[in-house]
Design a protein around this ligand. Structure first.
Ligand SMILES: NC(=O)c1ccc[n+]([C@@H]2O[C@H](COP(=O)([O-])OP(=O)(O)OC[C@H]3O[C@@H](n4cnc5c(N)ncnc54)[C@H](OP(=O)(O)O)[C@@H]3O)[C@@H](O)[C@H]2O)c1
Length: 244
């Protein structure tokens, strides 16, 4: 971006869903040691102030990848080819995008189930298919899951089912992509609480009596990226919630 960072030798990571909430917090946490490709389903124009700040620390590329885009697959392929042509070799891909809708039994309908599964399941599968061949040798594909894969949320069963599907992808893809690329999942407890939920109550439901932070997650992502003998596993990062 013409900011003096062009010559840096940092690894390139792509954060799919890197524009807001956890994705943005991860981008800001990882920027000191990583060059970043960030995707969003929306335009990046309104994000100029923080992207400009980020670009002072590292190289940043912003792409528009949306689960609703009927041309999503060719768009991703073309963008990844353009990154390759620009000499950018991706070392790690983190699939952040997701949606967390309440959808209790009795309200299930084809359209709301489709919407939940399109973003939480179809989109990550298509992203993984597009990105995996573009990862550098020894690269790592990381998926953000949820402890709902172990203890499904009753008001959010369609979400829990989608994340359980993604959990099955971790060992499956690990087998398909080995030995060149590793695949790791992260079953998260609360890291950034939903605006409607009570963070104090959520923290009280953990052994460690606190919610996670984006730094906690970034530490786990770095650990997975830097662990060449780790693949096909799902790490649980929940402050002990599953043990309460
Ligand atoms: N927050 C937590 O405590 C927590 C706990 C457990 C698991 N997780 C998992 O961690 C991930 C991030 O959590 P979050 O709380 O930041 O989730 P979020 O607020 O629901 O945001 C998820 C991301 O999805 C992207 N997105 C939304 N609509 C999209 C579309 N149509 N196409 C492509 N991308 C779209 C958003 O980016 P744009 O709007 O820019 O497209 C955003 O970056 C999710 O997979 C979630 O399940 C989070």
């Amino acid at each position: 971006m013409g900011n003096g960072n062009e010559g840096n030798r940092k690894p390139w990571w792509i954060l799919v869903g890197g524009r807001r909430r956890l994705g943005r917090a991860l981008a800001e946490t990882l920027a000191p040691e990583h060059n970043l490709v960030l995707t969003s389903s929306l335009s990046w124009k309104t994000e100029a102030p923080w992207i400009t700040e980020l670009s002072k620390q590292t190289q940043v590329r912003c792409l528009r990848w949306g689960a609703e885009n009927p041309d999503m697959v060719p768009t991703m392929m073309a963008d990844l080819a353009a990154l390759g042509a620009a000499g950018i070799s991706l070392n790690c891909a983190v699939l952040v995008s997701g949606t967390f809708p309440e959808n209790p039994l009795g309200q299930w309908a084809p359209d709301n189930l489709d919407a939940t599964w399109r973003l939480n399941l179809t989109f990550p599968l298509l992203v993984a298919q597009a990105v995996a061949p573009r990862l550098a040798d020894g690269g790592c594909l990381q998926l953000l899951l949820d402890i709902a894969i172990h203890r499904p949320f009753l008001k959010r069963l369609p979400y829990s089912v989608a994340k359980a599907g993604l959990a099955a992808l971790v060992p499956g893809l690990a087998r398909m992509l080995a030995p060149r690329v590793r695949v790791v999942g992260h079953a998260l407890g609360t890291v950034l609480p939903d605006p409607e939920s009570d963070p104090v109550w959520l923290a009280s439901r953990t052994l460690l009596q606190r919610n996670g932070t984006p730094e906690d997650l970034a530490r786990a992502l770095r650990f997975a990226a830097d662990s060449p003998y780790l693949t096909g596993e799902i790490l649980t990062l929940d402050g002990g919630t599953l043990l309460v």
